[in-house]
Design a protein around this ligand. Structure first.
Ligand SMILES: NC(=O)c1ccc[n+]([C@@H]2O[C@H](COP(=O)([O-])OP(=O)(O)OC[C@H]3O[C@@H](n4cnc5c(N)ncnc54)[C@H](O)[C@@H]3O)[C@@H](O)[C@H]2O)c1
Length: 441
């Protein structure tokens, strides 16, 4: 079976590589010439554990190819997956220009039946717009070619994307015809042999499922952050509360960790887009509006703790930051809470020294020379007035506290992920703050 994946980013590259891994002939297409030239040389544009080795293996086997020209792939492909970006437009709605560009290119060059599957996260109704755009281009050519559209939203997590793709909890597919359902069943068979279901449904429901899933997860995070902030005021310990409620199987332990707000390329934009879709259709997503409001405030929580500690006198202070990516195991800096924090620190006249195991390059693209990039975690601490833990990379979990104390000018640690032990830090002589616990007691 031959398939084409359009958009070679986090989703497209992982999707293409995993399909190649199970023996499908895959061509990954991108308009970014640099990206494709690098991939042909074996250089991956993203950090994703296990991906580089898998790309290399499948390129060698001839199962995985790269191209910048979608039109040339269409003669010889059964399925086209569209995994291009859907960034937020100025008003918060999903910008569909890349998705519709792909559709028009397909319409201009399609010769035989193809199933066009949208993997990007897109609002309800997009499959119809994709169908119309393809049909319009076919009609302009004065030909009659049969094609199908389908929706197959992606649920992979950056940092564990390969595992998620190869062993998905579920695969959601929206189809309009038995032919499309049959093709999708064949394609996903290798991933469902051990019982993971493919859930077939109508296309609008599949499109909505992705937004509902991300919005539910974002809601859990904001809810827990709200509870954490109240715990701190009321003298309760959110770490205990989290364990207490997570043990209830109706609630579960996942996505109820308090922190510094959600970021990344999906939750912020998908929550915004769903709010916008509802507004445009005469409905108000009251819960999601609150989720967003809590999240916006939570991104400032570390800054506020530091500001209060130094009674507003931050000018000239040096602040060490551990972790820049929006979560561990990824170099993705899109909507990372670290960016909000750093901008606030810079506005107050602080000097920022930061270290991240993999996101330094991406951070440099976003922040340039506004901050100092340290060569390791300890290097960031030299003469710093506080250490702020932003991303919970495993390598930050057990630092040598005596070394940390020697290097810091002031023994102040502010933990945005509650990974350090309050009693240990106090015993070591640190002033320690975390989320959802009054550490002054
Ligand atoms: N990143 C995630 O964790 C994740 C998870 C699930 C779903 N999604 C969704 O998947 C989609 C893609 O996300 P991503 O993070 O992979 O994006 P990305 O920005 O990493 O990659 C998108 C790629 O599409 C390419 N592109 C744009 N227009 C093109 C065109 N006309 N032809 C060929 N290539 C084109 C870009 O050059 C870019 O390389 C988005 O809708 C996103 O919401 C992302």
């Amino acid at each position: 079976m031959k398939i084409t994946i359009v958009g070679t980013g986090y989703v497209g590259l992982v999707t293409g590589t995993c399909f190649a891994e199970v023996g499908i002939d895959v061509t990954c297409v991108d308009i970014d010439i640099n990206k494709i030239e690098n991939l042909k040389k074996g250089i991956s544009p993203i950090y994703e554990p296990g991906l580089d080795e898998m790309i290399e293996r499948n390129v060698k086997k001839g199962k995985l190819k790269f191209s910048t020209d979608l039109s040339q792939c269409l003669d010889d492909t059964e399925v086209v997956f569209s995994a291009v970006g859907t960034p937020p437009d100025d008003d918060g709605s999903a910008d569909l220009k890349y998705v519709l560009d792909v559709a028009r290119t397909v319409g201009k060059h399609i010769k035989n039946h193809i199933l066009i599957v949208t993997k990007s996260t897109v609002p309800v109704g997009t499959a119809k717009r994709v169908r119309d755009a393809i049909q319009e281009e076919i009609e302009k050519r004065g030909v009659n070619i049969d094609f199908d559209v389908a929706s197959n939203p992606e649920f992979l997590k950056e940092g564990d994307a390969i595992n998620d793709f190869l062993k998905p909890d579920r695969i959601v597919v929206g189809v309009e015809s038995a032919k499309a359902e049959d093709i999708m069943k064949r394609l996903y068979k290798p991933f469902t042999l051990n019982g993971h279901p493919v859930i077939f449904m109508d296309v609008p429901s599949a499109e909505m499922t992705k937004y509902a899933a991300n919005s539910m997860l974002a809601t859990k995070i904001s809810f827990m952050n709200d509870i954490a902030n109240l715990c701190e005021i009321m003298g309760a310990d959110v770490n205990m509360v989290r364990k207490g409620i997570g043990s209830d199987s109706r609630i579960g332990h996942k996505f109820i960790y308090p922190g510094i707000g959600y970021g990344g390329s999906c939750f912020p934009k998908d929550v915004k887009a769903l709010i916008k879709t509802a507004d445009q259709n005469g409905y108000t997503m009251r819960v999601l509006k609150a989720v967003e409001e809590v999240n916006d405030d939570q991104k400032s929580v570390l800054f506020t703790k530091l500001y209060n500690h130094y009674k507003g006198d931050l000018k000239g202070k040096t602040i060490a930051i551990w972790g820049l990516s929006f979560k561990p195991q990824t170099d993705d800096m899109r909507e990372a809470p670290s960016l909000v924090l750093i901008n606030k620190l810079l506005t107050e006249g602080c000097k920022v020294k930061a270290y991240d195991p993999v996101a330094m390059h991406e951070a440099q693209i976003k922040l340039g020379d506004k901050i100092e990039y340290s060569k390791d975690p300890y290097d960031a601490l030299n003469d710093a007035d506080a250490l702020l833990l932003v991303t919970e990379w495993t390598e930050f979990r057990f630092p040598s506290w005596d070394v940390v104390k020697k290097l810091l000018k002031q023994p102040v640690v502010i933990d945005g992920r509650n990974i350090f032990d309050l009693n240990e830090l106090k015993k070591e002589g640190f002033i320690y703050y975390c989320i959802g616990v009054d550490t002054s007691k």
